[in-house]
Design a protein around this ligand. Structure first.
Ligand code: GDP
Length: 183
């Protein structure tokens, strides 16, 4: 791939998964990040989809292959294959729907069960544009993240708030974990 003969041309490829209850905005977070697109009436197609994003860190090409459940979670059917090999995860709830926040511990358990390595994890409170119908406070999100050792960010796939930041913090953390191991 690419300029592999170049000494400086080291490349990394990491898998990242997005998990969380149905309709929290997983697909839209990915399409906002990867294609700068948002869809108010997106209907999930069943089956896993991923998008690849490339970032330059320390002069190295870092590729993130970001997977979306594409609706599998509606049937509680996120398979171990989905999690396999993931180095990072965005664990998403909807700040306007408390039940999706209450599900987070279950998603974290599932992630732990299926992962075979250290996973850089970000708790994401999506739909922060819906301040007027907020159902989960920023403090609650922060405090859950702290107690579980996760990064935390509120995002809006609708107006783009923090979307790039959330993905890129995870990608950089994976890169740091991996390069620490190599050195
Ligand atoms: P998924 O099932 O978790 O992949 O969720 P989707 O990405 O399909 O989004 C579910 C619904 O929430 C759709 O109607 C989206 O338009 C809407 N949605 C997603 N992200 C946001 C957001 O940040 N703000 C608002 N207001 N709506 C959002």
């Amino acid at each position: 791939m690419g300029s592999s003969s170049d000494d400086e041309g080291e490349e990394y490829l990491f898998k990242i998964v997005i998990i969380g209850d149905s309709a929290v905005g997983k697909s839209n977070l990915l399409s906002r990040y990867a294609r700068n697109e948002f869809n108010m009436h997106s209907k999930a197609t069943i089956g896993v989809e991923f998008q690849t994003q490339t970032l330059e860190i320390d002069g190295k090409e870092v590729k993130a292959q970001i997977w979306d459940t594409a609706g599998q979670e509606r049937f509680r059917a996120v398979t171990s294959a989905y999690y396999r090999g993931a180095f990072g995860a965005l664990v998403v709830y909807d700040i306007s729907r408390r039940s999706t926040f209450d599900s987070i511990p279950r998603w974290l358990d599932e992630l732990k069960t299926h992962s075979d390595t250290t996973v850089a994890r970000m708790l994401v409170g999506n739909k922060c544009d819906l301040e007027n119908i907020r159902d989960v406070s920023v403090e609650e999100g922060k405090s859950l993240a702290e107690s579980e050792g996760l990064f935390f960010m509120e995002t809006s796939a609708l107006d783009s708030t923090n979307v790039k930041k959330a993905f890129e913090i995870v990608i950089r953390e994976i890169y740091n974990n991996v390069s620490r191991k190599v050195l």
